[in-house]
Design a protein around this ligand. Sequence first.
Ligand SMILES: Cc1ncc(COP(=O)(O)O)c(C=O)c1O
Length: 398
Amino acid sequence: MAHVQTDVLYTREYHEDAINLGKPEAFPYYPATAFGATAFEEIKTAYKQGYTYIRTNNPDRHVLEGLMTKLEAPGMDDADSAVLSSGMAAITATCAALLQKGDHILSNRCLYGETIELFDLFFGKLGVETTYVDFSDLGAVKAALKPNTKMIYTEICANPTIDLVDLPALVTIAKDAGALLVVDNTFCSPLSIRPLEWGADIVINSLTKFLSGHSDILLGAVTANRELIHKIYDFSLFMGSPADPFPAFQMIRALESAPMRIERQMYNAAKLAAYFETDPRIVKVNHPSVESFRQRDIAKKLWKDDEKITGMMSVEFCTENDAKIDAFMKRLKFVHYAPTLGGMRTTMSHPVTSSHNTTPDDVRRAMGITPALMRISVGIENIDDLIEDFRQAFAELE
Ligand SMILES: Cc1ncc(COP(=O)(O)O)c(C=O)c1O
């Protein structure tokens, strides 16, 4: 008989052979940092196909990686995914694994701010140079290519101006240049578009946003062919950034409702954009579904259904007056400020005071970012309530 100190460590009686143990209604959370073995043969098999140490692999992350591959690359046999601790970890591991000193990144000029900082401050220091170009000008993209351009990097839909990219044209440019085309799909998600199917080489998603939807998970994913994912995964192991099982477990649950949620968010965004087009207090609507959108031709080329493009948009108010915009924000009943996006509740951000507060005013204005611009991440509320909330608060802008 062992003592209590030992018993609490080793007593694990449960119905290990229960016929239905492998069929729980919800996929279990496995927080274990390691999985034991009793013989060498078992250890060797576990390393090849199984679970050993939490950072190397764990069941929740493994299931989530399979789900991400299914979402981003449903018909591609050699596709795989790596799920990392955040969207930024996914971007960092992808670039660090595939680039080396002397390589050149050709990047869209409109990008998530921290991605730009990563390229400039971190990769610049390591001898990887980045050139930023407006990807809506394909001539400029071609002109900026260099013999050492190894990667062409873009977001599918840029923050906060909702600039789209002509994916098929970029695929051709990247293939001709022998460069990898990397697309950050965070603003649209695979429920809207699957860049790999258009010929991109690598797709990145911050799962922190639309795909998790509950504003309570920090994770990122990379999906590509198996060979590339192997390299990215190997680097992520050293970086220490493969996902922890708990957010992966939460994410498996969140993905069950992601199609319903995101479809509703995209639908609500299209309806809201249509309303904004009719309101005199809004001078510009940046959403691909509206006829006035400057890249409407690209929207039609990439999407068949205007109500299934993105839950993101931005609008330019009729005034840049701080006090009026402040009064408008205070008057909203449901919609509110939050420095994130993709959640089920509609949130707004003011790029001039948040994501682009360090960008000089003239540069911002050239990008279409004025103090009157507000970014909106549309939620799943009843669309009539949402429209009414904006309508009554717009009175403050007059
Ligand atoms: C387009 C885009 N990519 C990547 C990221 C980074 O994701 P995370 O916050 O999960 O690291 C963000 C964050 O806002 C983003 O907007």
